[in-house]
Ligand binder design. Structure first.
Ligand code: 5AD
Ligand code: SF4
Length: 479
């Protein structure tokens, strides 16, 4: 069935559930685990659910409908889900709460099996390819009072036109592609999110124009591998496997998409996650340098600094290639800052390999490092490798890396003191309602005193002190 027809059917189900709920005052609660793509999926779920007359509550003991949007990239998310499900059992017995679990973890058979045997009171299980069918599944559970599992093992299609309820009104996340074709040997994502598929440029542009009209100032473009945007489609057209309808004439790559979005009025900043170093072609570097709205801050996942480990990880670049890329980017993009992801303790990682990771961290001086202890994922090549690293060594290495990263960040923070930064004001600070919070172009959190009229604007702030994970500043000329 065409995706537009499928969406039309779901809109009819939204109306049916709305009708069922029309005399009730119902609440829902959603817990999202994992990455920003999952957050964006949850925004779509919230959009559908709110159209079905549920209002949001953060207290899931109060909710009539509880949704878990799960992640399976590392093991700790599983513990969190099963802990919460245990807590919900009593609440469901009292209140009849409907429990729905979706997302990446539900694409794993051993997990859904565990839910069926140990948590039989879960009402809906849905996967990454069936999120758009939530209204239909909810309707069936409400009307037919039965349990439902709707997980598909297909390559994802792209569904346009779902309602969306965004998490904030300054930054809008926009998914530009689904899936991943890279199969890094530690990673479960390609197995649970399917093959790479890009959204059409015209649909992305329409969405950016829409959020610009609504007053959003910052765009975050999302994908597992954003800099291979449209690569699969272009290849298929070249090989005659896909019809060339002419719709990729103007935009046929990530760099051209960036340039086009840069022209959209109202948007002040453009960011993207995550690119892959192997696909960081010169046209992307040039687009970042040329486009005034594209932040000069790039998240460039390293994973390991050892060429040996990078080979075992199937990353398709070496330590030297990564460092050369960083040099090239720094020379072509003035004031560039970099952040990264690093895994410690992957199978076979020797002390020397780990030293290589520390070496790259020392050389590149990242602005931010997301550090992960390797977590074995069922079904990935990494899990089958024999030379797994003992947990205590993984933890020791993690602590050592953390120490290095923190000392570099403290040093880097010092360099901000006294400087003037352009801050996009996002809102009131969560920890101190008297203060405002915003970010620099380089994605550093800055808090400062100011009136809430400033929210949504870009202002100059002088940095006066550093506090490891954020900076404190003050407005210039009392503005
Ligand atoms: N164990 C630990 N970290 C992982 N990541 C992906 N898979 C694993 C795993 N099995 C990390 C990578 C990736 C980030 C999103 O999560 O660093 O870039
Ligand atoms: Fe996982 Fe590698 Fe794909 Fe990223 S690029 S989602 S780490 S397989």
């Amino acid at each position: 069935m065409e995706t537009s027809k499928e969406i039309k059917i779901q809109k009819e189900y939204i109306n049916k559930v709305k009708e069922l709920n029309k005399t009730k005052r119902l609440q829902y609660s959603i817990l999202t685990m994992g990455c920003q793509l999952n957050e964006n999926d949850s925004e779509k779920l919230c959009g559908m659910i709110e159209e079905m007359k549920y209002t949001k509550t953060d207290d899931f003991t109060e909710a009539d409908l509880v949704i878990f949007n799960t992640c399976c990239v590392r093991e700790n998310a599983e513990d969190k889900l099963f802990g919460k499900l245990g807590e919900l059992k009593r609440i469901k017995e009292k209140k009849g709460t409907i429990i729905a679990i979706g997302g990446c973890m539900m694409q794993e058979k051993h997990i859904t099996k565990k839910i069926h045997t140990s948590y039989p009171y879960v009402d809906i299980i849905f996967g990454t390819h069936t999120l758009h069918k939530f209204p239909e599944n909810l309707y069936k559970v409400l009307e037919e009072k039965k349990k439902l599992e709707d997980v598909l093992d297909i390559d994802g299609k792209i569904y346009e036109g779902l309602p969306i309820k965004r998490n904030n009104n300054i930054q809008a996340s926009i998914t530009i592609m689904n899936g991943c074709n890279n199969f890094c040997s530690y990673c479960i994502v390609p197995y649970v999110r399917g093959r790479e598929r890009s959204r059409k440029p015209k649909d992305i542009i329409k969405e950016v124009e829409q959020v610009a009209k609504e007053g959003y100032k910052e765009i975050m473009l999302l994908g597992q591998n954003v800099n291979s945007y449209l690569r699969v489609e272009m290849q298929e057209i070249k090989e005659g496997k896909m019809e060339d309808t002419g719709e990729y004439k103007e935009i046929n790559s990530f760099s051209k998409l960036l340039r086009k979005i840069n022209e959209i009025d109202g948007i002040e900043r453009i960011r993207f996650v995550s690119p892959h170093p192997k696909d960081f072609t010169d046209d992307v570097i040039e687009a970042i340098a040329d486009c005034d709205k594209v932040c000069k801050q790039v998240h460039l996942p390293l994973q390991s600094g050892s060429s040996n480990m990078l080979k075992t990880m199937n990353r398709k670049y070496t330590k030297e290639q990564y460092l050369n890329l960083v040099e090239k980017m720094k020379s072509k993009i003035p004031n560039l800052t970099l952040s990264t992801d690093i895994i410690v303790g992957f199978a076979g990682e020797s002390e020397e390999d780990f030293e290589d990771t520390l070496d790259v961290v020392k050389k590149v001086k990242f602005e931010q490092v997301f550090m992960f202890i390797y977590s074995r994922r069922v079904g990935t090549p990494g899990d089958k490798m024999e030379n797994q690293i003992p947990e205590e060594i993984k933890h020791k290495r993690f602590d050592k890396l953390k120490q290095l990263v923190e000392s570099q960040i403290a040093q880097r923070n010092q360099e901000y003191i006294g400087s003037t930064q352009k801050i996009l004001v996002e809102g009131k600070s969560k920890n101190n309602q008297e203060m405002l919070t915003g970010r620099t172009d380089s994605n550093k959190v800055v808090i400062f005193e100011g009136s809430k009229d400033l929210i949504g604007s870009i202002i100059n702030i002088k940095i006066i002190s550093e506090h490891m994970w954020y900076l404190k500043g003050e407005k210039i000329n009392g503005k």
